[in-house]
Design a binder for this molecule. Structure first.
Ligand SMILES: [Zn+2]
Length: 442
């Protein structure tokens, strides 16, 4: 298979083909630039698959990534290829394709659309942020056009594969299996690490109008000698029931009021880390609030957790899902991290990168692919309870549909549940969703 691309935005286009063809489909190809090419052409024998270029007409990131280059509307369509139906959202170009004897012409620019979703260049544009400087899911093109809960890049992968098969490709695609990936940001490992700490915490809850009833609830735990945050066993057993590894991301620094008080040095936390390791589950880093654009803090916290855990730490997720594009990814890259799982909107569940496969990230300003992989987070229980505040029934329906989507593409269903949520009123109403995930039968 040979791919011919224009001599414009070469690193960007090469990166996108690398993700689609090599990472996701597992196929080999040669890629060449041509000064006369305007579109992207995949050649297999005498057959040509032409994907129209509607976006990469300039080399300069400052020119490419501008608000005026965002479509105002995304049109969806259903394509029939060799008798099978394929959903498609055309972010750039038209939602159609045509065919002659030796040529298929795809009028939707799925290269630009894939690049748009994977790099999230939309999120570098000036605009509204929340009080934690986060880009809001509600403001994304995906949410506004009703496709945030659809992995549209996976849809493109299937379309490319269908056309390659139609063109009689002889290579076979990479085999994948659907996987549930439980992750846990351990913000506060224990609510009562010590007698006095416990009393002070309960007092704080009891004087808060919002958390009064949680304070009463916690007091009951306290009097029984139990800790309402010590729910780690539920996560260990749940993952073991599924036959998968759970990922526990620990904090290793406290620099402002959005970071919980540091517990990493506490013997109970050390014992918890040992237990997680012994049971074969994974320890990762949950870098603190300010670390997302601070290499010194990030590096210190990584080293500290590695020392306590007695092992290298190469995975994790930013606290509060704080993320600056592409600064945060570069911090992770420079610390030799293998994968990050920060990419989810705090305010809306779904596919922030439009994909349920791990993928290498791209620095849009340095114009290069990094080694770091992103494993986008698809569901956080806090989004259901704090931001969306939807009923259990509605949440079950939405989560069930997300899992169906991931299963359809044999992807990774990465979800986040906090140990603190199981006994906190605001979130405990969703506990049965967690139970259903753990009971999920492939
Ligand atoms: Zn956190």
């Amino acid at each position: 298979m040979k791919i011919i691309i224009p001599n414009i935005a070469v690193p960007e286009v090469k990166y996108t083909f690398h993700c689609l063809i090599k990472e996701f489909l597992g196929l080999e190809y040669k890629i060449e630039t041509s000064p006369t090419a305007k579109d992207f052409t995949i050649i297999i024998g005498s057959k040509k698959l032409v994907i129209q270029n509607h976006f990469f007409k300039n080399d300069d990131p400052q020119v490419l990534y501008q608000k005026q280059n965002l479509p105002t509307q995304v049109i969806s369509n259903e394509w029939i290829i060799e008798g099978k139906q394929y959903p498609l959202y055309a972010i750039f170009g038209k939602p159609t394709w045509t065919e002659t004897k030796d040529e298929i012409i795809v009028e939707a620019d799925i290269i630009a659309a894939t690049f748009f979703m994977l790099t999230r260049w939309e999120e570098t544009l000036a605009g509204e942020r929340d009080k934690h400087q986060r880009f809001l899911g509600k403001n994304s093109l995906a949410y506004q056009n009703g496709f945030l809960e659809k992995p549209i890049v996976n849809q493109y992968v299937e379309i490319v594969w269908a056309f390659l098969q139609k063109s009689k490709i002889t290579q076979t695609r990479k085999q994948r299996t659907f996987e549930i990936v439980p992750t846990h940001d351990v913000d506060i490992p224990f609510l009562f690490p010590s007698f006095m700490y416990g009393l002070r915490t309960i007092a704080r809850y009891l004087i808060s109008p919002t958390y009064f009833w949680d304070g009463i609830n916690y007091l009951k735990f306290y009097l029984k000698g139990e800790d309402p945050y010590d729910t780690h066993e539920v996560f260990l057993e749940g993952a073991e029931k599924l036959g998968v590894k759970a990922h526990f991301f620990f904090m290793a620094g406290c620099h402002n009021r959005f970071d919980p008080r540091d517990q990493l040095a506490h013997p109970k936390v050390k014992a918890l880390i040992e237990k997680i390791k012994k049971r074969g589950h994974q320890i990762g880093l949950h870098p603190s609030y300010k670390s997302y654009d601070d290499p010194t803090i990030f590096s210190q916290e990584k080293k500290r957790l590695e020392k306590v855990a007695g092992q290298k730490v190469t995975t994790g997720r930013q606290h509060y899902l704080r993320f600056k594009n592409p600064t945060t990814w570069n911090l992770w890259e420079n610390e030799n991290m293998k994968w990050d799982s920060t990419m989810s909107y705090a305010d809306e569940i779904g596919f922030r990168n439009g994909v349920c496969y791990p993928f290498p990230v791209f620095d849009i300003f340095a114009r290069k692919k990094l080694n770091l992989l992103e494993r986008s987070l698809i569901l956080m229980e806090g989004t259901l309870g704090l931001y969306m505040d939807i009923s259990l029934d509605k949440a079950k329906g939405r989560v069930g549909e997300l899992i169906n989507q991931v299963k359809k593409y044999d992807g990774d269903f990465v979800f986040l549940w906090h140990n603190s949520s199981l006994n906190l009123r605001q979130y405990s109403k969703y506990n049965s969703i967690l139970t259903e995930i753990y009971n999920y039968k492939k």
